[in-house]
Design a binder for this molecule. Structure first.
Ligand SMILES: O=P(O)(O)OC[C@H]1O[C@H](OP(=O)(O)OP(=O)(O)O)[C@H](O)[C@@H]1O
Length: 451
């Protein structure tokens, strides 16, 4: 039994919190979570946390945004109530797939042509607005008559040997320098005096004129260029900042989709490995019944998971194969249009797909189809986080997958009822041990080692 720990559960996964508490030999602390009728989250802490070490268990999946808000409010409430240290335990870390741009995009909002209020569409122009004034040229709209005259006077008074002083300049100048960076027709006039001064010095200095002068003509028509990226919010950084700002001192999670996400935090992040459990399952449940290491091959369904799968394959002396998955979306929300290509030999063997998460299950079901087509007689999918959104479970039922093994990092009770192919591994003991070690200041690297 550990002392001075307060263990709260968010509403995402109370069963897992209960298991963790059982392993630690402590009761679950009281917290009242509710919602105002408008939908705002309300958190009421029922036990004292003063100078205590607080752990809050909240997993991703399900109503992920509500759960995240609930976690942030709970962390903040504990800090305000004088908790010594607050650790957020996130078995599945929300938003951790959004650390980078998920797709290649074409087109760019910035490349759109501006529209005018009058006729709907205005031809794009690279001309400065208002036009760049120059000594001896037409009077700038922005400066006004008196301002322009004053500027001309001051410029003419400068002791640079300039042709404009004797009145020949305006006639001999080929054309007025043009700026190419103006997008807004309503641009402020404030820049006009400096533009005027610039054009004066460009005229005086031919080297400058050669950059912005008549030789740099803009293209006739503005066309959006291919290769721009649309702006997609990279919410991973924001979520990391939100947790830290709310008051989290420490994060414990499992199988981050991108392990480099740890670097987004300036507080400690312990990323536990689910592969330890998956490897044990392969060793004790699959290998003995499927021809040992020679009868099986570990397969990563995409390049992102290759390291995870090769680690397991190497530790068990098994072969490894890789599916090259290329998503070719036609729209931002299209995550299903992927092509797959197998690299490796699975013929007459049991293929064991290993991945970090299954969301729509498209990846594992399509991979299974490919593996069977390439000669695998049995296909297992071993996945750390079984999110199974939407009709993912139906998709698995209809697929040629023989078995799907997941951990209970997110709740699985409903999924198990709907899918006979599903088997669930317990992670409560792993998190309990990590919490115990964090609490006592012990190393948790032992949890990452294989037997
Ligand atoms: O069940 P699904 O909806 O198919 O999603 C699951 C897949 O999505 C993730 O990879 P992702 O597609 O983000 O690619 P990456 O591993 O290259 O980042 C994850 O690693 C799975 O492979």
């Amino acid at each position: 039994m550990v002392r001075n720990i307060v263990m709260f559960s968010g509403s995402s996964h109370p069963e897992l919190t209960e298991t963790i508490c059982t392993h630690l030999g402590i009761p679950r602390s009281n917290i009242h979570l509710s919602k105002f009728s408008v939908g705002e989250t309300r958190v009421e802490i029922g036990d004292s946390v003063r100078e205590k070490e607080v752990f809050i268990v909240q997993s991703g999946g399900g109503k992920v945004n509500d759960h995240l808000m609930e976690l942030l409010i709970t962390i903040s409430a504990c800090k305000t109530a004088s908790a010594r240290r607050v650790t957020a335990v996130l078995p599945l870390f929300p938003y951790s797939r959004q650390t980078d741009l998920p797709y290649n995009k074409l087109g760019a909002p910035l490349a759109r042509q501006p529209t005018s209020m009058a006729d709907g569409v205005t031809k794009y122009t690279f001309e400065s607005r208002p036009g760049t004034p120059a000594p001896g040229g037409q009077e700038s709209q922005g400066l006004g008559r008196n301002g322009s005259q004053r500027l001309h006077k001051r410029l003419n008074g400068l002791s640079i040997g300039h042709k404009a002083a004797n009145g020949e300049a305006s006639a001999s100048r080929p054309s007025q320098p043009k700026r190419i960076d103006t997008l807004d027709n309503t641009q402020s006039d404030v820049s006009a005096p400096s533009s005027a001064a610039n054009s004066y010095f460009e005229e005086a200095n031919p080297a400058v004129t050669s950059v912005t002068g008549p030789t740099s003509q803009p293209p006739a028509d503005f066309k959006p260029q291919r290769g721009y990226k649309q702006w997609v919010a990279q919410a991973g950084t924001l979520v990391a900042d939100l947790l830290t700002c709310a008051g989290a001192d420490h994060i414990i999670t499992m199988d981050l989709h991108d392990p480099q996400y740890q670097g987004f935090f300036d507080i400690p992040v312990d990323n536990l490995y689910g592969r330890h459990l998956l490897r044990k399952y392969i060793q004790h449940q699959i290998m003995p019944r499927h021809g040992g290491p020679d009868g099986c091959v570990v397969v990563s369904p995409d390049a992102g998971g290759a390291k995870r799968a090769t680690n397991i394959a190497d530790s068990l002396g098994m072969d490894f194969a890789l599916i090259h998955k290329e998503r070719r979306p036609t729209a931002v929300h299209d995550r299903q249009n992927a092509t797959m290509l197998l690299v490796g030999d699975v013929k007459n063997r049991t293929a064991i797909l290993v991945d970090d998460l299954a969301d729509t299950s498209n990846t594992i079901t399509r991979a299974a189809k490919l593996l069977k087509k390439e000669g695998a007689h049995t296909v297992f999918a071993l996945v750390t986080h079984g999110v199974f959104s939407g009709d993912a479970v139906e998709r698995i039922n209809a697929s040629c997958l023989d078995k799907v093994v997941v951990t209970n990092s997110v709740p699985q009770n409903e999924h198990v009822e709907q899918c006979s192919k599903l088997e669930v591994l317990e992670v409560g003991n792993v998190f309990a041990e990590a919490i115990r070690r964090v609490h006592h200041g012990e190393s948790i690297s032992v949890l990452f080692q294989y037997d």
